[in-house]
Write a protein that binds this ligand. Structure first.
Ligand SMILES: Cc1cc2nc3c(=O)[nH]c(=O)nc-3n(C[C@H](O)[C@H](O)[C@H](O)COP(=O)(O)O)c2cc1C
Length: 691
């Protein structure tokens, strides 16, 4: 309980919705403790600067791009760095900060760390140790205990303001960060749920029945199966659905609305072509989509990407509706609102509960589950707590409680998060669980647009743009109860199947029925664009589909040279990697043509699955081979661009450049690392990478 009526200012910076959803949880919990909470994005908070009416500030923010602010936190960042702010500008503020990042990125927690330093510079005092959560191992490992311990810290601070700890400076290295996140003083003190006793004999009978791959998800072992559990508080049920077949629902009105992450309008782009680039023998299937639009709708630059507002797989939505026993109501319009008891508010105050912003007030279940909700999202622990509540079988209920408990954190990470299970996997695995659909709508996050780097140049054709992607596939294993493809890549591959098997006229979903279309918006990426001068040497590293933006760069250069043959151009080196030259050497003809024209100075390709021991397998090995020339190019002002997999490739490539600087400039490892960091600071080592 809040020791006195107390205001909290809660702000979030979120690119893909995780920080926002954590902030929402904190708000709910804070209100249950009787705090008054004002919550908004970091950018929205700028108008309220300098927050004079608040004493306590809670910040939840992630890092995106390459240690950059999320899209709703950039204005905030500019504001707190304004030169005219004095060192005491925020000295009245006491803050707690939770940073979200991913150790796969070289600038782990870049933005939250920078925010913390800047807050301290402006005089803000830390009242609770910052939490640094790592998406690579599971955010909840840090987030859950950080939230649990926030309340005693806050209460203590309200009661004993003199005990404000000395501000703990933001740490810089990942090693320091991980020691912070695992610190034992974050031990949880939470409400203890009355332990549930269940018959384990029954569980053993179940074990025999269930498939081996589900056994671990469904069945626990001692000591977890025997201990008392600390589980999350059951979230309030606040939404209400009222079906009314006389209501009229127009999906187009909802689909035209901008996504929170889109700075540019969402529009319908026709698919001009969709084709498979890889041979049937290739291990991965790569497709190329070309979109058609009017130049007024989108004006892009090479290096930009496109956000595809995708739809969930219809069969999966059907299965979910069926499992929720809602098939018959699937297409009946409904009105969605906050239950009366929660909507009630004092005049002038904000309501405690609102219909989530990604859900329309009027829609059908099929529509919201197809277009609005991320039905593939990994259920958070609070959601699993709800699933437990609606399970009639004691053993299943107990197992669900274990999976969301503090004691079951390892199981949650290993059995739920790592295999990326979703709510349908849970409903399939726990057949006695029958949650009302409103509970899903309260918990499922927004279906996010999927970004793809554009692989074309507007100079070649301003009315079209292409992107390439691998069709992601997840087999039935590790608890996944059905086979699936990626959401957007699956949707595009289903379109391709229809194109292959029938005339597009009969199946096309767009207005005139002639073909297919996609809801898209442009995502500019000024941090990955071509240098202003065509004379700057370029070192491009993009194995697999990471080559996409570089195809745009090269097509752009080709057009520039066509328009002005006297243009002076610096050298371009491309490091590209495939598995096998016969199956997935994408854009071979274009690349060789650019090479023979002199647009591309060096075309260096590795083939990782060809049995030729003397040849390098991966791009980083090629970089090592050409280290001396690359260092010379960098000394002449070259920009290095890296695009593709963040988990291994980007780290190995950076390591290869560190080694190149060591040998090329006779530096020790520390000095070589600093040289790469210096390149990053000068915006000459640029990354567009993904996990
Ligand atoms: C395109 C992209 C870029 C990212 N860049 C970074 C980064 O530079 N540093 C980092 O620590 N985490 C990075 N991350 C990881 C996110 O910060 C992490 O997944 C976080 O949980 C996302 O929270 P949000 O949904 O609130 O934005 C990146 C994630 C994506 C998708």
């Amino acid at each position: 309980m809040a020791p006195e009526r107390c205001n909290l200012f809660l702000i979030y910076g979120s690119q893909t919705g995780q920080s926002k959803s954590i902030a929402e949880d904190i708000k709910t919990k804070a209100e249950s403790f009787n705090y008054d909470v004002e919550m908004m994005s970091m950018d929205e908070s700028v108008e309220k600067m300098p927050w004079k009416e608040y004493r306590f500030l809670i910040i939840i923010t992630s890092s995106t791009g390459d240690g950059d602010p999320p899209e709703n936190a950039g204005i905030f960042w500019r504001k707190i760095r304004s030169k005219n702010l004095g060192n005491d500008y925020l000295c009245h503020l006491e803050y707690a900060l939770l940073g979200l990042g991913d150790t796969n990125y070289t600038t782990f927690l870049g933005y939250p760390k920078s925010v913390e330093k800047q807050l301290q510079k402006l005089g803000a005092k830390q009242f609770y140790k910052s939490g640094w959560a790592d998406d690579a191992v599971g955010l909840e490992i840090v987030v859950d205990p950080w939230i649990e311990n926030l309340w005693p810290a806050l209460e203590n601070q309200v009661l004993n303001p003199q005990t404000l700890p000395d501000t703990i400076p933001a740490s810089d290295t990942p090693a320091e960060q991980s020691s912070v996140i695992t610190t034992p003083e974050l031990a949880v003190v939470s409400e203890v749920e009355k332990p549930l006793t269940v018959s384990y004999q029954k569980q053993e009978e179940e074990l025999e029945k269930c498939a081996v791959e589900l056994a671990n998800l469904k069945i626990s072992v001692s000591p977890l199966s025997e201990c008392d559990l600390k589980v999350p508080v059951l979230p309030v049920s606040y939404l209400e659905l009222k079906f009314n077949s006389e209501l009229m629902f127009f999906p187009e009105d909802v689909l035209r609305k901008p996504m929170p992450s889109s700075r540019t309008p969402v529009f319908q782009a026709k698919i001009k072509s969709l084709k498979q680039l890889t041979s049937e023998k290739a291990a991965k299937t790569t497709l190329e989509a070309t979109l058609e639009f009017s130049p007024a709708e989108i004006e892009y630059q090479p290096g930009d990407s496109i956000g595809v507002c995708c739809a969930n797989c219809p069969e999966e939505v059907d299965a979910l509706l069926h499992r929720l026993n809602m098939t018959e109501q699937a297409d009946i319009p409904f009105k969605l609102r906050v239950k009366e008891e929660f909507a009630a508010m004092k005049s002038g105050t904000k309501p405690k509960y609102e219909v989530p912003s990604h859900l329309p007030n009027l829609a059908t279940l099929r529509f919201v589950l197809t277009r609005c909700c991320e039905i593939r999202s990994v259920p958070r622990k609070a959601f699993i707590r709800i699933l437990a509540e609606f399970s009639s079988d004691d053993a299943q209920k107990r197992r669900l409680l274990e999976l969301c408990s503090l004691q079951g954190s390892d199981d949650y990470t290993r059995l739920v998060r790592q295999p990326e299970l979703n709510v349908l996997d849970f409903l399939n695995t726990f057949p006695s669980c029958h949650p009302p659909v409103e509970r899903l709508l309260e918990q499922l996050p927004r279906l996010l647009a999927r970004p793809y780097s554009l692989s074309s140049s507007p100079l070649k054709d301003p009315t079209s743009a292409s992107f390439i992607f691998n069709v992601v596939e997840f087999p039935i294993q590790d608890g996944r109860t059905y086979e699936r493809k990626g959401v957007a890549t699956g949707e595009l591959s289903r379109m391709l199947d229809k194109i292959k098997t029938g005339p597009t006229d009969s199946v096309g979903p767009n207005a005139n029925g002639r073909g297919f279309s996609l809801s898209v918006f442009l995502r500019t990426n000024s941090g990955f664009s071509l240098p202003k001068s065509s004379e700057t040497p370029l070192i491009l590293i993009g194995p697999g589909t990471g080559v996409a933006p570089f195809l745009g760069f090269l097509a752009h250069r080709e057009e520039l040279v066509k328009r002005d043959p006297s243009l002076t151009c610096g050298p371009i080196w491309l490091f590209y990697g495939c598995r096998n030259r016969d199956h997935d050497y994408l854009f071979k003809d274009d690349l060789e043509r650019w090479h023979s024209m002199g647009i591309l100075t060096r075309l260096l390709v590795t083939f990782s699955r060809e049995d030729k021991p003397s040849q390098p397998k991966y791009v980083q090995e090629l970089i090592q081979l050409y280290a001396a020339s690359l260092v010379k190019l960098i000394d002449k002002g070259a920009c290095v661009y890296v695009c593709g997999d963040a988990t291994n490739m980007a780290k190995d490539v950076m390591q290869a450049f560190i080694a190149a600087f060591q040998s090329g400039r006779q530096l020790d490892e520390e000095q070589a690392k600093k040289a790469v960091v210096q390149l990053q600071i000068e915006k000459r080592y640029l990354q567009d990478i993904w996990t």
